[in-house]
Design a protein around this ligand. Structure first.
Ligand SMILES: [Mn+2]
Length: 435
């Protein structure tokens, strides 16, 4: 059966990092956050053993820092030793977070662990029942940024299933993380599967030969890494991928929950607001379908019209923290933990229905048209963002964040536009003395 084999495509373990959590959670939850990244790797190994895979690929950023910790290195090596007893090989390229240059392995490597060189492109032949079933090609990062197009030297014959490992942002003009485009990768001959790392969100960029995929980070660590994270499980038969599945690994999931206070819902004070929040959060189900799912770290976004708007806008930092604490004390969930990490208020004052306002004065219809244009026309939207000034920078990927700029994404743009809309309506109602 050497014509069939299985592997796991993982990347960005970031061993040594921990989950970001605000407030004062109980010690048990704090410990969970400290260990979650390590636990994630242990679960990958358990899944590899139960699914009887032939090998695991780790496409860069095994460690969060090139200054490896004794703990991180030891846990990684110990898991590889367990895999070695099951004849599961591990192939690793280092990425921008764990560059090979100047880094030492703190422990002896087991024979099944293959660290791919940062000096030159390396090829590994994978054997099964004395036959070569696959070839793995790759190169580790030597420095924190790599502009060399190493993939152009990924030269392989078309005899077995060929896997190429690459740590890249997949942007043609990105000189920090190996500049390349999808068509650059497609142009490399004889590659069957591009196992990519660096982008922390899973995605299948090309689902036919050559398959091009980012497995993403196995365990999210902040609100920028929301949702169930994991690895890809791939089955190959006669040089064809016959099955490719996403395996969720994260036991703690970051999630944004929006609560819209409907007009008919009277939220007059903090008790009412607490009730609404509690209601919404206790109905959160264990949608991640993981047996060992532990819980959610939540960012609440509260929208809608409420008499509390003024109270909310004038809330002190201290009161905000107190209210957050109240929520976390009150939420009860039997199946998993729920920790509200932060709340973003996007409320506005109660007022007449917008349709009624439009019928009273044509200026509201004009306003609706203008706002509509700025939300749909991308040229106008760009123009608008330009006017916000250079302090704002479009967020492409968290790794590229410039510390002295506010990053924003599409969601932030529409948030700002909708807040501007609310403010304009409010002021117009005031000036036109509409009651
Ligand atoms: Mn990474």
């Amino acid at each position: 059966m050497s014509e069939t084999f299985r592997f796991i495509h993982a990347s960005d373990l970031h061993l040594g990092s921990f989950l970001n959590i605000n407030g004062k959670p109980q010690e048990k939850l704090q410990d969970l956050c400290k260990d979650a990244v390590y636990d994630g790797f242990k679960r990958i190994c358990l899944r590899a053993i139960s699914l009887k895979v032939d090998f695991i690929l780790i496409c860069g950023d095994v460690y969060d820092s090139h200054l490896r910790s004794v703990r991180g290195n030891k846990i990684f090596i110990d898991q590889c030793i367990i895999l070695s007893e099951k004849n599961i090989n591990v192939y690793v390229i280092y990425g921008n977070h764990d560059v090979a240059c100047g880094a030492e392995e703190l422990f002896d490597l087991p024979p099944n662990l293959h660290i791919i060189s940062s000096e030159k492109t390396e090829i590994f032949e994978v054997y099964k029942e004395d036959k070569v079933i696959a070839k793995i090609i790759g190169k580790s990062y030597k420095h924190r940024s790599e502009k060399e197009k190493s993939y152009e030297n990924y030269l392989l014959d078309n005899d077995v299933f060929n896997i190429a490992m690459l740590h890249t942002a997949l942007e043609g003009d990105n000189k920090n993380y190996i500049p390349c485009t999808v068509s650059d990768l497609k142009a490399v001959a004889n590659i069957d599967y591009w196992a990519l790392g660096h982008i922390h969100k899973k995605s299948i960029i090309n689902d036919t030969k050559p398959i091009i995929a980012f497995s993403g980070i196995p365990q999210g660590r902040d609100m920028g890494e929301q949702g169930a994270c994991g690895v890809y499980y791939v089955e190959v038969c006669k040089k064809e991928v016959v099955n490719m599945e996403f395996l969720p690994i994260s036991t703690v999931v970051y999630k944004k929950v929006e609560i819209i206070i409907a007009d008919d819902k009277k939220v007059q004070n903090y008790s009412d607001l607490l009730l609404v929040i509690n209601d919404e959060l206790s109905s959160l189900s264990n949608e991640e379908l993981l047996d060992d799912f532990k819980g959610y770290i939540i960012r609440l976004v509260i929208r809608g019209r409420t008499d509390m708007h003024n109270k909310i806008t004038h809330m002190t930092e201290e009161d905000y923290k107190e209210f957050l604490g109240n929520i976390n004390e009150e939420i009860s969930s039997e199946k998993h933990f729920i920790w509200v990490d932060s709340i973003i208020f996007r409320t506005s004052i109660p007022m007449q229905n917008f349709e009624e306002l439009k019928s009273q004065n044509p200026i509201f219809k004009d306003l609706e048209e203008v706002i509509g244009l700025y939300t749909t026309d991308s040229e106008l939207k760009n123009e608008l963002v330009k006017n916000w000034g250079v302090i704002w920078k479009k967020q492409i990927f968290t790794e590229n964040i410039e510390a002295d700029k506010f990053d924003f994404d599409e969601e932030m743009i529409s948030d700002i536009i909708s807040q501007a809309r609310e403010l304009l309506i409010e002021k117009l109602v005031e000036v036109l003395e509409i009651t």
